[in-house]
Design a binder for this molecule. Sequence first.
Ligand SMILES: Nc1nc2c(ncn2[C@@H]2O[C@H](COP(=O)(O)OP(=O)(O)OP(=O)(O)O)[C@@H](O)[C@H]2O)c(=O)[nH]1
Ligand SMILES: [Mg+2]
Length: 467
Amino acid sequence: MLSCKSWIPFAGTFLKNCRSIYKSCYLTHNSEPEDLIPSDQEYNRIVNHYFHLKESHNCLIIQPYVKWGPKKLTITPEEQLSEAIALVETLPGWAVKETLSVPLDTLERKTLFKSGSMEKIRQLVQKSNDVTAIFINSGVLNKGTVIILQDNFHRPILDRYKIVMQILKTNARSKHAKLQVALAELYYIQRKSEKDLMFKTYNKEALKLMFQDREKKIKYQIAALRKQRTLLRSKRQKMDYPVVAVVGYTNAGKTAIIKSLTGEERLLPKNQLFATLDVTTHQGVLPSGLSVLYIDTVGFISDIPTNLIECFVATLEDALLADVVLHVEDVSSKSYNYKRNHVLTVLEQLEKGAEAGNITSKLISVGNKCDLIDSSEIKDHNTLLVSAHKGIGLEDLKQQLEDFILYITGRQKLTIRIPNGGDEIRWLYKNATILEEIPDQEDFQFIFAKVIITQASLQKFKHYFIK
Ligand SMILES: Nc1nc2c(ncn2[C@@H]2O[C@H](COP(=O)(O)OP(=O)(O)OP(=O)(O)O)[C@@H](O)[C@H]2O)c(=O)[nH]1
Ligand SMILES: [Mg+2]
């Protein structure tokens, strides 16, 4: 385990490197393209110091919970613990050895736990001596508490923030996701450097320069990617397909739903938290034949400092500009209400952000994994129940989406009488969705075309063809 003192010898080389161009030598277990993220050895060491990055850990998970008062959560400690287990098990090579829920009367105590609980934890660590880390399932622990607990239990202490960061690092595949994670990590280290004694030996100016330089380079690359995405977005707008953004708590089944709605084999739903870190787009067809684009997004999770999620908000931008936002909920989850409230709160916060527009007015909820519950367990009778696995309710979902899209985008279903084989039908094939062509029985020179068409296209059609 690294202590504060073990950092001092690095300070000299660190300062030298601060003024040099940073060589690419990102975390050893995370293969980075050479030019992707500016990095240096010292920075990586700092990161390792905070995050205790390792290929594997045997964890003791401790779930602190406040028994009563305003800090008491609506989610039970058992439910919190099961999410903590899922978080650890998401990391390849990591395992859960022991778990313990510890009641607290306050979250303010410096040691977090009372002496009786401290003793209980100490005994548990001694008993299972293959425990290599203690994960305390709480947002961010303050440095003083971490030091006290580490000194007491002689194991690295991890909090929720660190575990989620580790998952994001492990699961980030695309250039964009890696850059977002690198930025989140940088902000964390930057904040630490303002208070942490560990940085006392470093030249403050050089440190600041190094952080600024790193931030500038990462942001530059993110901006370049964003330009590409804006280009793609405008191409998509030209295609004029309605867009459905699929959002929700992590592991609710967003990817699985999109896979079932589109039949796209490339999509791989996983029993992991934060399996999806990239915003991807998939084409599907609604009951009347209208093409639609589904956007898969990064899942939400509660009790994580907002700055970590903020880094991913940029990746949600496209999603939030969608015509419809489909909120996927896991109806089999015991913390269904807690998760629902969390997602809705985050969406409301995003809505307040500059470009997001009005999200709540274009929100539809769908309850996934209904195959795992029986009718007595239904939590909200107004939510459409589906199962991506068993294919239950998917046709109803498509119909709901279609009706909502027609309503919200001002598309109309129309029947237009036009010449058979003329320019009109060719134009409509390009600019609208043709549902059916029916010959006019009274005059075979004409057909009735049933179409779905936007207001804008209808105006153009009238302008070109109706004199
Ligand atoms: N029983 C059951 N399991 C499902 C259903 N839909 C999804 N799952 C499972 O739930 C897990 C999570 O599914 P994903 O589609 O990856 O969930 P997600 O919301 O995209 O998760 P993240 O990308 O990690 O936020 C996987 O193991 C799926 O196989 C369903 O209808 N029924
Ligand atoms: Mg997913």
